[in-house]
Design a protein around this ligand. Structure first.
Ligand SMILES: Nc1ncnc2c1ncn2[C@@H]1O[C@H](COP(=O)(O)OP(=O)(O)O)[C@@H](O)[C@H]1O
Ligand SMILES: [Mg+2]
Length: 333
């Protein structure tokens, strides 16, 4: 699936967490690309390895207990896993920025918004005090914050949750990144504010020609912003493809089950489908396909062999040989 034009190309990434008596295979052979000016959504239930994947790209996995057990993370065709700390520091911020889920814990409560945006600007460029103030105000304007001069003097607790997330986005933009990784940036916000932030990210992405890796557990959000979707389950990519292909013609039983459990107008008043069973503990994943104990299409092979990626064309792939051409998909051993 390597695409020469991809800005980011994650290849067979494996990230394990080792404790005294077990190894949690949090990310277990994940491959995907993010093209230029593309929005790719990583979607999956809590614990499936989304954040660890994002932290790996940022070079922020805590090692130990974490270890990069395999794979490559190619950014502009260079493997970030070969970079030392100081080179990685230059990439973070200058080229790749990350927006986290909870803006209140990412902002320092004892410094003003102006201090914090100013710091983000100065990490990456030398500027005079008045240039920093001017740039900070412009960034706040860009993210739709009214009265930026006043807001720069505020402390984080004086802002609403939505405004704080806008400030976090402004800080991520301070270095003019090529790629923004947003890890559940709207999860802590109410639905209206969530929609505003999504629109904002969309506008900024187009204005600045950035690529976005957007992480969420919410398929409703995905349908609004994704160009392409990667569906993760238990540390692997179960399915990936263009948004419409994945949402309208899902090929992996897990994606199908996720979509069936989504509320929509036709299902109003009906009881929603929920996937039976629970996500496996990454230290004790079942053999074969990690989804097989919860799957409606399981055959004996599923618990014995690892399912191969099946190619549905146009970049649409699903790791389920059972549903591919009447069961003719590849198995790996
Ligand atoms: N620092 C860590 N130490 C040990 N295990 C971790 C650590 N960070 C993440 N994990 C494990 O990795 C798995 C994937 O976590 P994560 O990527 O945060 O999931 P998601 O973001 O999809 O909810 C989880 O089982 C989690 O317990
Ligand atoms: Mg997470």
């Amino acid at each position: 699936m390597a695409d020469n034009k991809a800005l980011l190309s994650v290849e067979e990434l494996k990230v394990y967490f080792r404790s005294e008596d077990e190894v949690a295979r949090a990310v277990d052979g994940v491959s995907f690309d993010v093209g230029r000016e593309e929005t790719v959504c990583l979607v999956g239930e809590s614990g499936c390895g989304k954040t660890v994947t994002a932290l790996s790209v940022m070079g922020l996995v805590p090692i130990p207990p974490g270890e990069i057990a395999g794979g490559k993370i190619l950014f502009r065709a260079k493997n970030l896993l070969d970079f030392n700390d100081s080179d990685m520091q230059k990439v973070r911020g200058n080229q790749i920025a990350m927006i986290f889920q909870e803006p209140l814990t990412s902002l320092n409560p004892v410094f003003t918004i102006g201090d914090q945006i100013g710091e983000a600007i100065q990490i990456h460029q030398t500027a005079t005090q008045s240039e920093v103030v001017e740039r900070s105000q412009q960034l706040l304007k860009d993210v739709g914050i009214a009265d930026p001069a006043q807001r720069l003097r505020d402390y984080p607790h004086q802002l609403s949750g939505g405004q704080r997330q806008r400030v976090m986005i402004a800080m991520a933009l301070a270095c003019d990144p090529d790629l923004v990784i947003a890890d559940e940036p709207t999860t802590a916000l109410d639905v209206t504010v969530q929609a505003q932030i999504l629109r904002l990210l969309d506008t900024i992405q187009k204005m600045r020609s950035m690529s976005v890796l957007y992480i969420t557990h919410d398929l409703g959000v995905v349908s609004k912003i994704a160009d392409r979707i990667c569906v993760m389950y238990a540390g692997i990519i179960a399915e990936q493809g263009n948004k419409d292909a994945v949402l309208k013609t899902p090929k992996h039983p897990y994606t199908q089950a996720l979509l069936a459990s989504l509320p929509n107008r036709e299902k109003r008043g009906q009881r929603l489908y929920s996937i039976p069973g629970t996500v496996p503990n990454p230290a004790y994943k079942p053999d074969g396909c990690p989804f097989h104990p919860r799957c409606q299409h399981t055959i004996q092979n599923c618990s014995e062999q690892y399912p191969g990626m099946c190619d549905y064309g146009d970049g649409h792939h699903a790791r389920c040989p059972v549903l591919f051409e009447g069961g003719k998909g590849n198995w790996c051993d």
